[in-house]
Design a protein around this ligand. Structure first.
Ligand code: PEP
Ligand code: MN
Length: 338
């Protein structure tokens, strides 16, 4: 971290600041110029708050050299992390994982039918929400505990591990017992108590990017989970909110190489929420695999027109099968399997 002090800073204040940083275990290199004084802080500065330093009247500027995240940072962990989800490895040069299923669990029979269909098409995990963050309180909110039970039943039937969204801390035990990959949704990306709570759970976490979150804020949320004790975090880009209206969200494809550069965590893409339109899902999926995504989480439904949530962006199983076939060819072209 580089801190620039105003020219007129009293020597007493400079000495006090040096002492303050040194007492926090940092080495301070002071460069005294004619017009300014510059501190270079050497050591772990992740616990320093730039804005707090800036609140000192003598401080002119603060610049971070090192990212504020440590555990997620590629710099301190050069090798790719592989997250194991019920025996399925996610990340590094492992197979691109295909996750599919309905937006929301609607009943055991239809869930099992969808699960069998997507498995036949090539999915290796089943998604389905039981607790749904709906914009309107009048929309279907999910089946709750019954939905989780149905997911477990579908896993029993098909052997597919299950992914579901956790919305509140009071359901953690239920998820720890029944869900293989705990999803933290876009709306809860900065629910810090929830992040800390899943940080104490012995299950991998799928952390979606908040709809208006910067990449750094998103990584900091992963850091919350990791610093609470859970290193098994998979990041999931699901599109961000922009001025564009033709798509539900704007797919930020550049995050794939960027996340790889900044972190060692696996990254998967959700082209369903990113586009909001089933007709766009395949093209975005292929682009994501070409860009190096470690997996795709895609909404599928046997009767999208009757789906209780997100039917418009849900693929029918035959379309999903087509997508998997093409994505496999793209994956192979970039040296991965699927
Ligand atoms: C979902 O996966 O069904 C969902 C609600 O996603 P997001 O949190 O990305 O909106
Ligand atoms: Mn959905």
């Amino acid at each position: 971290m580089i801190i620039t002090l105003k020219k007129e800073t009293p020597q007493k204040e400079i000495t006090r600041l040096i002492g303050q940083f040194e007492s926090r275990g940092l080495r301070v290199n002071l460069i005294q110029g004619v017009n300014y004084n510059v501190f270079g802080l050497v050591g772990d500065t992740s616990h320093l708050d730039e804005r707090m330093i800036l609140s000192n009247q003598w401080v002119d500027n603060v610049q971070r050299v090192q990212a504020p995240y440590k555990l997620a940072n590629r710099m301190f962990h050069p090798e790719d992390t592989i997250v194991n989800v019920a025996g399925i490895p996610v990340g590094a040069s492992e197979k691109v994982v295909m996750i599919a299923g309905p937006c929301v669990v609607e009943g055991e029979e239809i869930l099992c039918t969808i699960a069998e269909e997507v498995k036949k098409a090539g999915a290796v995990m089943l998604r389905g929400g039981a607790y749904k963050p709906r914009t309107s309180p009048y929309s279907f909110q999910g089946l709750g505990t019954e939905g989780i039970r149905e997911l477990a039943a579908a896993r029993e039937k098909t052997g597919l591990p299950v992914v579901s969204e956790l919305m509140s801390i009071d359901r953690i035990e239920e998820f720890e017992e029944n869900v293989d990959l705990i999803q933290i949704g876009a709306r809860n990306m900065q629910n810090f108590d929830l992040l800390k709570a899943v940080g104490k759970v012995n299950k991998p976490v799928l952390l979606k990017r908040g709809m208006s979150a910067t990449i750094e804020e998103w990584i900091m949320s992963a850091e919350y989970i990791m610093s609470s004790g859970n290193p098994n975090v998979i990041l999931c880009e699901r599109g961000i909110r922009t001025f564009e209206k033709y798509t539900r969200n704007t797919m930020d494809l550049a995050v794939i190489p960027l996340i790889r550069e900044k972190t060692h965590l696996p990254i998967i893409i959700d082209p369903s929420h990113a586009t909001g339109d089933w007709k766009l899902v395949k093209a975005v999926s292929l682009a994501a695999v070409a860009a190096g995504a470690d997996g795709l989480i895609i909404e599928c439904h046997t009767k999208p027109e009757e789906a209780l949530s997100d039917g418009m962006q849900s693929l029918k199983p035959e379309k999903y099968a087509e997508l998997v076939r093409d994505a496999r060819r793209v994956a192979q072209a970039v040296g991965r399997d699927l």
